[in-house]
Design a protein around this ligand. Structure first.
Ligand code: UDP
Length: 333
């Protein structure tokens, strides 16, 4: 193992690994590999010591066949293929475990993250940065208004309740030094929220601005449900405050319920009419019911995570790598 914060090593392994999760990216992996070879090959001092590691998240199209072909044609292209779809964050984790480089770049393989930024990442790394992160600068029209607004709101909430602060425009487009990769590989949480974790580590984050490219082929596979899932994971992983908010909310709802009760008793004693009682009882039940469901929901989220972590199930399973070679035809539902 070599220390390579400055990019100089004595070993013969790759200096740079580029990890790319790929889900239904058959039309992108080939052009992306070619572009990466071109861009990284031109970085002075690397002397061809790089590898490109694709993580096929059990794609339903021909991504795996493409990866087999690319790896057979160029030994610098490697791949890991999952037994089933484990999601983007698990693919990133698998890539980090399989990458051998002294620095590891993580990026999407749909050209939204421009490969042309990698030489700048490497330059910052050679200057001593352990984490270099791309910072998306948006111009109107680059990203949908909905995505921009929800992402800004989400990071504000995370900042308020969590133990980390993430700037809007952050993406999983980063370079990590080997020391950081080894640290992250030592974490065994099932639910990875890489964007949060790299900030939590505490190393200074060197930022490189970029304009997001346009997804070249295929569709975004981050559905709204997946985005909400990742958002909840981010908050739960970085904060127990929602549990406390639940208690505060429960107190507020209980107080409202008591006030309503006092009001109905006082109005019954003072005015003597009983019909009004039905309304106040119903509203008290409704408010308390809503409060209880909310609190139970929040607690349920945390309990679910605790259960998942204690089971210690792996966050991904590998079906095949470039070393194992093709293992028959895969049945994908
Ligand atoms: N991806 C993955 N597994 C999934 C969904 C996506 O590995 O279940 C990959 C996808 O191929 C891409 C990256 O993760 O390289 C980001 O996904 P996508 O482009 O769909 O998200 P967006 O950038 O649109 O938020």
């Amino acid at each position: 193992m070599t220390s390579a914060a400055d990019g100089r090593t004595t070993g013969e392994g790759p200096l740079l690994s580029v990890v790319l999760p790929a889900y239904n990216e058959a039309r992108n992996v080939g052009p992306m590999a070619a572009r990466l070879v071109e861009v990284i090959g031109a970085i002075p001092g690397l002397a061809g010591r790089f590898e490109i590691v694709f993580v096929d998240d059990c794609s339903k199209d021909d991504t795996l066949a493409e990866l087999r072909r690319l790896a057979a044609a160029d030994p610098r292209v490697r791949y890991v293929s999952f037994t089933r779809n484990f999601g983007h964050q698990s693919a990133l984790r698998a890539g980090l475990r399989h990458a051998a480089g002294e620095a590891v770049v993580l990026m999407d393989c749909d050209f939204e993250h421009p490969p042309e930024l990698i030489p700048e990442f490497v330059a910052r790394w050679r200057e001593g940065a352990r984490i270099v992160a791309a910072q998306r600068e948006t111009a109107a029209g680059d990203v949908s208004v909905f995505k921009r607004l929800t992402s800004a709101l989400y990071y504000r909430v995370l900042d308020a309740v969590g133990d980390i602060s993430i700037e809007p425009g952050s993406a999983d487009f980063l370079l990590l030094d080997r020391t950081v990769v080894d640290t992250i590989n030592g974490f065994e949480d099932h639910d990875l929220f890489l964007r949060g974790l790299v900030r939590w580590l505490g190393h200074p984050l060197v930022k490189v601005p970029y304009r997001q490219g346009v997804r070249s082929e295929g569709e975004s596979s981050y559905t709204l449900r997946r985005m909400v899932d990742l958002a909840v994971t981010g908050i739960i992983a970085h904060s127990v405050k929602p549990l406390r908010i639940a208690i505060h909310l429960a107190l507020v709802f209980a107080l409202i319920g008591v006030l309503l009760l006092v009001y109905s008793v006082v109005s019954f004693l003072a005015i003597g009419h009983t019909v009004a009682g039905w309304t106040s009882i119903m509203s008290a039940i409704a408010i308390l019911g809503a409060g209880q469901f909310l609190v139970l929901g929040i607690i349920g989220e945390y309990v679910g995570r605790v259960l998942r972590e204690t089971r210690r199930w792996p966050s991904f399973l590998v079906a095949e790598t470039e070393r194992s070679g093709a293992i028959g035809d895969r049945v994908v539902d």
